[in-house]
Write a protein that binds this ligand. Sequence first.
Ligand code: NAP
Length: 287
Amino acid sequence: MITGKTKLLGLIGHPVGHSLSPLMHNAAIAHLGLDYVYLPLPVKPEDLPVAVAGFAALGLVGFSVTIPHKQAILPFLSEISPVARAVGAVNTVWHTGSGWAGTNTDVEGFLAPLLACNRDWSQTSALILGAGGAARAVVAGCAQLGIPVVRIVGRHRHKLEAFQQSWVNSPVPVLATHTWEELPQLLPQSSLLVNTTPVGMYPKVDEMPVSASDMAALPTGAIVYDLIYTPNPTQFLKAASSTGAMAIDGLEMLVGQGAAALQIWLQQPVPVAVMRQSLRLHLGLPT
Ligand code: NAP
């Protein structure tokens, strides 16, 4: 029940109507029996300054940040975590008493299912498809795992060069960039393949970033990770599983980044299984 004492959390973005975050966070809050509520808060780009000032006036405990504000929020923060600086984007903000602090929990979310795998990451070579915002969190995650070689595949040389250049002063592993034509040569040496493009996402569920026949070239024991969570699994992950690779879907990253954010706001352990189950039920997936 919402009362005059209920503490406020939320998600800013534009649009936010499609987001599954309110469902996941409110399920965890209800499970913990806490007097908090997590609200979708649509904020147009031009309204960001007045919205952030308003959040301080309203006493929000914290908020999630999604497209298009993940970079635009940086000037409003008095503290930015090293991981958010490395990624160049913030997805979680909280009030410190003297101002707003921000971090990026997408990295922790990306890592959550990988840390459950028993792997020697120093012997792993990662291939990342796409060079957008999510790819930045994936690169930072690979660096945290100690993966020595990370290769990025993208469509445009100039964007790939800018992406590579942006990591020059960060503690990331060897970062090489390639175009899609080079994929057949890269797959046999890639024991971790990550799709960060929207190819295969609902409604274009029949599309795949890599053909099933090309995927057969992956080394034995490869991990194939798709950041997409609708559909679940994607055609890409179905093809990966049929070649014997270990498939990881984007729902685990969504749950992991949300759990890490909620833990920051509540300052206590959060029920990750409840968050996962709320999403799986909503998406009609087995729980
Ligand atoms: P983004 O910044 O727009 O980046 C998308 C990347 O994919 C860009 O490099 C883009 O290349 C490339 N791309 C787009 N369409 C392509 C196509 N048809 N063929 C080849 N490459 C293509 O988006 P993002 O924020 O990184 O998100 C990417 C995906 O990750 C989305 O599906 C999103 O839902 C998912 N995601 C999931 C989670 C999670 O928690 N599971 C978190 C974040 C993101 P150009 O630059 O050339 O256009």
